[in-house]
Each structure stands twice: as structure tokens, then as C-alpha cells.
Design a protein around this ligand. Structure first.
Ligand code: R5P
Length: 281
């Protein structure tokens, strides 16, 4: 199996046992993106590992790679390790429906199969046909070390509660209010968390606001220690620093987005999940 990667997913080249498709991805002097496939893919089925986190150039690299492969006669399976813009899925009047626009871009290609690791919500299915996979096998051993598993909101609860059930742990669902572009307010959590070891599980850590609000609320209620786990660690702006300096005990994230580990941040490798997905074809 030949797997093509672009700059957003190249960090998997060292951990996956596949032939990496030869291609050139570079910039012209004016920073325009250039992509050329240098592999004979005519009549072959290939996988592309794509991710659309910032900068937006990552989207361009990925779609040019898809175009180059399509024009070279490949049958393309696309695995998104991270599908960005999915959180912009409920536009208010005057706002761009960015999640739909990004999905429409990928609909321009004749893709045999699309798989997304931990899409933001099931609502994305209305915009793009894909299979979702969640790296729960990586989460179970972490969850085993805690007393209570907390999902920050209803959306997260849908997939976090089954993890708590599988690990035989108490489960709590928080609720939050969104305001501004990416600010949130934590609204409530009624159950008793006094002296408990808490693990908050979410799909994404971006600004870290959701987590920090929740940490504050849980501390106020006497939790003994609080850790967090998220599939995608974006760490926007100064989130990395703010979270490292917070009272969070440990922060577990996967490498769907490349990470820098330190004594607080632990990276879980999704390569086995990627192999499982690719191995099924
Ligand atoms: C939102 O619905 C997501 O599930 C995450 O809770 C959110 O995107 C985290 O963002 P932030 O770290 O900026 O609060």
C-alpha cells in the first residue's frame, strides 16, 4: 500500500510501515503552493493522510495532492487525522458556513473512501460522506487511573460516556455556554466530586478555555486532582503555556496534530489506529 502525506501529516512517516508516496510539496517564491506526484499510481489504490489545521496552506497542499493523484489515475482513499473547520457548523445570519465550504471542496474529488479521526460532531455527516473513527483503545488505559470521567458538554457526552461505561467509571456531563469567537463559560456540574481523581475528556483543546473553566469549577467543588484528555491538541495562541501553568495534573493528547511533550503533556500515538483503518481495505 502506498500512503501519501503532506506537511500536516508528515510526522507519521516514521511510525507507519507503508511505502511513502513520492511527491514534491513546496512553495514558489510568492508562497503559492506547488505539488507534484512522482510515483506511478495509475490504476492503483492509494491512501492519503490529510489534516486541515492552521495554516490554511495545509488545506491547499492536501487538495492539490488529491488533484495530482486523481490526474495521475489513482483510486484515492482519504484519511483525515484532523478535520479542521468542523466546529463552524452552525452559522448565524451573516456568518459563513465554513464547515460546509470545506466539505464542498473535498466533494470536488472522486474519493473512494473518506475516514475522519474524531470528527467534531455527527452533524458533519450531513455535509460529507465519511466514516468516523475514535481512538478509544488509547483512552481506556488512561481512564482506568481516574475515579470520575467528565465530558464538558452534551456533544462530548455522546462518545465519552461509553468510554466511562467500558472502564466502569462514574460519568458526569458539564454544560457550557459559548460566546465570542472561541470563548466559553462553564455552567454547572451538580454531582459530588470531593476528593476524587477526575479525567476530563473532550475532542479538541484549542484555546484551553473550556478546560480551564471546568478545572476551576471542579476545584471549587473539592476535586483531589484533575487531568484532561483530548484527541486533537491544537493549543491555539498561548494555550500551551496557560495549560502547563494551570492546576491540571496531566494533559493527554494524541499526535493527530504534531505535539511537543513535556512533564505535563503526554502524547498518545494514533499510528496503530491508522494502520487498522488502512489495513481494512
Ligand atoms: C467544542 O464544542 C469542542 O468540543 C471543544 O470543547 C472546544 O472546541 C474546545 O475549545 P477551547 O479549547 O477553545 O475551549
Amino acid at each position: 500500500m502506498i500512503v501519501f502525506m503532506h506537511n500536516a501529516t508528515m510526522h507519521f512517516a516514521a511510525t507507519l510501515p507503508y511505502k511513502i508516496g513520492a511527491c514534491v510539496i513546496k512553495r514558489f517564491s510568492d508562497k503559492e503552493v506547488y505539488v507534484k506526484v512522482e510515483e506511478d499510481v495509475a490504476g492503483k489504490t492509494v491512501w492519503v493522510l490529510g489534516a486541515t489545521f492552521a495554516p490554511a496552506d495545509m488545506i491547499l497542499e492536501l487538495i492539490f495532492l488529491l488533484d495530482a493523484l486523481q490526474r495521475s489515475g489513482a483510486t484515492i482513499n482519504l484519511l483525515f487525522t484532523y478535520f479542521g473547520y468542523a466546529r463552524q457548523d452552525r452559522p448565524t445570519p451573516g456568518e459563513a458556513f465554513s464547515a460546509q465550504v470545506i466539505c464542498n471542496i473535498f466533494k470536488l474529488f472522486k474519493l473512494n473512501k473518506i475516514v475522519i479521526i474524531q470528527p467534531h460532531s455527527a452533524a458533519l455527516h450531513k455535509l460529507l460522506p465519511f466514516e468516523a473513527v475514535i481512538p478509544v483503545e488509547l483512552f481506556y488505559p488512561v481512564a482506568d487511573n481516574y475515579d470520575i470521567i467528565v465530558a464538558p458538554d452534551k456533544g462530548a457526552a455522546e462518545w465519552v460516556e461509553p468510554i466511562a461505561k467500558t472502564c466502569n467509571k462514574e460519568f458526569l456531563q458539564g454544560s457550557k455556554q459559548r460566546f465570542g469567537l472561541d470563548q466559553t463559560r462553564f455552567l454547572g456540574l451538580q454531582n459530588n466530586v470531593r476528593d476524587k481523581k477526575i479525567l476530563i475528556i473532550d475532542d479538541v483543546i484549542s484555546t484551553g478555555g473550556t478546560l480551564l473553566n471546568l478545572v476551576y469549577g471542579l476545584e471549587q467543588r473539592g476535586a483531589r486532582s484533575i487531568s484532561a484528555l483530548a484527541t486533537h491538541g491544537i493549543f491555539a495562541g498561548d494555550a500551551h503555556e496557560r495549560l502547563i501553568n494551570s492546576n491540571l495534573d496531566k494533559i493527554y493528547v494524541t499526535n493527530t496534530i504534531p505535539q511537543q511533550e513535556n512533564e505535563k503533556i503526554v502524547t498518545l500515538d494514533v499510528s496503530p489506529l491508522i494502520q487498522k483503518v488502512i489495513g481494512l481495505t
